[in-house]
Design a protein around this ligand. Structure first.
Ligand code: GLU
Length: 438
């Protein structure tokens, strides 16, 4: 970058009207990756101007969960509700210039409805605009875009003294020096109004580039594709994925996979590299809304867990159980889980036993139960486990014994597996036997 080049500046601007869900995490991640790939900065702006819909404590929880996901922001968060006087000053200036007006009707109406003491709303004069005129922009994701200008007077300060998004966005992104506005594609229809507000305030079109990203959807109850909702889709909340024990990297890699058409190939070419090194480019964002897909998430997560080094998985599992997922696990059980997870780890073909840490409780449930000893198990223990340390020896002994008895070794070990674990398929039987019969 040369000295005169502008340092890219992005921001993630969530509204604290609900908890952070996987769709908003995707936007934050794109902001973060875009900023880092361009050598720029990314800020957090809390857009708490919709006080009626605001959820108490949501902003703090969002910041906390974003941190947990490893998305760090530069500087301190900007809180819109603390900037009321700034927005008012700009609105007053527009009124002074004759480009906006105090709308007393609106304020009277509002105060009657709310029973509140309200001041007047402010509207920007846009009616009379020639709608034959269009605004045009080159969207970083959607390409060439064009919309007719709007010709109604839009509220820029509500009667409670707070600006709507449309006004606050323009002022904030101007004063922050934003270079790229990354936001959900649902904002596309309002973009004409944003251009017109910018024109009135600062002259000319906004200096930043827009990237309208497709929103993550699911198939709703009626069978139709719909946007994920903070309120309805509780299972899509980031908090929920963390409670279930999905590794954070799985969430992130899942989102990078569904949003960036070149991520999967990059991952194959760079299996050991951190996702942070991925060279993000806006033009590689697909233009269709991705459908949230549990199978895909799980398959990415199985791979990630299978390929984690031993120390890392142990640390993550311990952290998961220390985080009180509703079960108490004893130190011995935790050690057993570590042993089971260590089977074939670091080999060419690592096992894919779990895709989330809560699955330990079901997949390795036998660790949490007492073995019901039978005569067969007692015999197995004394013949093949007591005093046997090496897996090869264990195997040879069973094989010789089965040959002598003329029974199939596979049938015998399968009976033992079932008796020990209640399951037909498990990880390595030798490891399980040593843990449960020692
Ligand atoms: N608060 C808006 C939202 O949550 C932000 C849009 C933007 O990033 O400008 O959709």
């Amino acid at each position: 970058m040369t000295k005169d080049e502008i340092i890219p500046c992005l921001r993630f601007a969530p509204s604290p009207t609900g908890e952070l869900h996987i769709g908003s995490l995707a936007t934050a991640l794109i902001d973060y990756m875009a900023a880092k790939s361009m050598g720029g900065n990314v800020y957090l702006r809390i857009e708490d101007t919709d006080q009626k819909r605001e959820v108490e404590g949501a902003a703090d929880r969002m910041i906390h969960n974003l941190n947990k996901c490893g998305i760090e922001f530069d500087g301190v968060p900007i809180i819109q509700s603390q900037r009321k006087s700034v927005y008012q000053k700009y609105a007053d200036e527009l009124v002074d210039k004759g480009l906006a007006y105090y709308d007393y009707t609106e304020s009277e109406l509002q105060s009657e409805c709310d029973g509140e003491n309200t001041s007047s709303a402010v509207r920007i004069k846009l009616s009379g605009t020639n709608t034959e005129e269009r605004i045009e922009w080159e969207d970083l994701v959607k390409g060439k875009m064009s919309l007719p200008k709007i010709n109604r007077d839009a509220v820029i300060i509500k009667s409670n003294g707070i600006p709507p998004y449309n006004f606050a966005h323009i002022i904030d992104d101007t004063s922050m020096g934003t270079t790229h506005v990354v936001r959900g594609e649902e904002w596309i229809p309002s973009t004409a109004e944003h251009f017109q507000i910018h024109e009135a305030l600062f002259g000319g079109p906004p200096p930043w580039q827009y990237a309208h990203i497709p929103v993550l959807c699911i198939i709703g109850e009626d069978g139709n594709k719909r946007k994920l909702s903070k309120r309805k889709d509780k299972e899509a909340l980031v908090e929920n994925f963390l409670d279930e024990g999905y590794p954070i990297d799985a969430l992130i890699e899942y989102l990078l996979t569904v949003y960036n058409t070149d991520f999967e190939l990059w991952r194959i070419a760079n299996p050991m590299t951190s996702w942070r090194e991925f060279n993000f480019r806006f033009e590689k964002i697909g233009s269709n809304s991705p459908l949230f897909d549990w199978d895909k998430l799980n398959s990415i997560s199985y791979d990630i867990i299978a390929n984690m080094p031993k120390e890392q998985i142990n640390t993550e599992v311990k952290r998961y159980f220390d985080g009180d997922p509703g079960v108490k696990i004893t130190p011995k059980q935790l050690e057993d889980v570590y042993e089971l997870l260590a089977v074939d780890r670091g080999t060419e073909r690592p096992r894919k036993d779990i895709c989330k840490y809560s699955q330990i409780l079901t997949e390795f449930d036998y660790v949490f139960k007492k073995v019901a000893m039978t005569d067969q198990l007692r015999e197995y223990k004394s013949l093949f486990i007591d005093g046997v340390v090496l897996k090869d020896l264990w195997y040879e002994k069973i094989k010789a014994w089965c040959d002598e008895k003329n029974i199939k070794m596979r049938d015998y070990t399968q009976q033992i597996r079932l008796a020990l674990t209640g399951r037909e398929k498990t990880t390595d039987l030798f490891t399980i036997s040593r843990l449960l019969l020692k």
